[in-house]
Design a binder for this molecule. Structure first.
Ligand code: FMN
Length: 205
């Protein structure tokens, strides 16, 4: 007996082709991204932003900077998952709801902010690492959310980051980390690809 989380993990595949299906309306897109934002991030920075590319025009613009990958056009929606740099500067704002909800004391929030500023200010590499970590976790959560909705998905790094940055007017502090296409997979999908044996990649101490 597998539990629902196992099922989602084991049944997810990288969809290689999509067919047309019902429009994913704003409410469904919002629900998917709401799930994605439940991903963890350092200090709960939530240093991410999502662009849901759904219109034909915007998809064509995205396809042009994604090496012509057909999936971008055929998916119901293609998400540009961005990580944000210098997230420590907006950490106090990001933590405010936790303070208001009583799940984080003001004192702890202030300490986290001070710690994050000390570690991140001036360390461009760390800011970028953090942006990549957060956006990647959010992208994976987004794919599992799609799986839960019986939708297919595919993470894609096949895009020209600079061209995408310009084509979609990203802010200087935004890094396009991944595209996640979501849609209705064709019936001829391959099963999830085999993985290396766990013993090759696991060390238990
Ligand atoms: C970071 C990353 C980048 C990827 N880029 C692409 C891509 O540009 N185009 C594509 O078709 N698949 C892409 N994939 C999908 C991988 O090829 C796929 O996850 C891998 O082969 C395992 O397949 P499975 O998820 O179906 O088991 C990417 C996956 C990841 C995690």
């Amino acid at each position: 007996m597998t539990n629902p989380v196992q099922q989602a993990i084991e049944n997810r595949i990288s969809a290689h082709r999509y067919v047309d299906g019902p429009l994913l309306d704003d409410a469904r897109i919002l629900a998917l991204v709401e799930q994605a934002t439940r991903a963890p991030s350092a200090y709960n920075m939530q240093n991410w932003r999502f662009i849901a590319v759904r219109s034909q025009d915007a998809k064509a613009r995205l396809q042009a900077v994604a090496y012509g990958q057909q999936k971008v056009l055929d998916a119901a929606v293609a998400f540009i998952v961005c990580g944000t740099l210098a997230a420590h500067r907006q950490l106090a704002t990001a933590l405010q709801p936790s303070v208001e909800a009583g799940t984080l004391s003001q004192r702890t929030a202030d300490a986290w902010v001070a710690q994050a500023i000390q570690a991140h200010e001036g360390d461009v590499q760390l800011q970028r690492d953090e942006a990549l970590r957060s956006a990647s976790l959010a992208a994976m959560t987004l794919m599992l959310a799609a799986q839960g909705e019986q939708l297919g998905s595919c993470a894609m790094v096949g895009f020209d980051a600079l061209a995408l940055h310009q084509a979609f007017g990203l802010a200087p502090h935004e890094v396009p980390v991944l595209l996640v296409t979501v849609g209705y997979p064709t019936a001829d999908q391959l099963p999830q690809k085999p993985r290396k044996p766990v013993h090759e990649v696991l060390e238990i101490l």
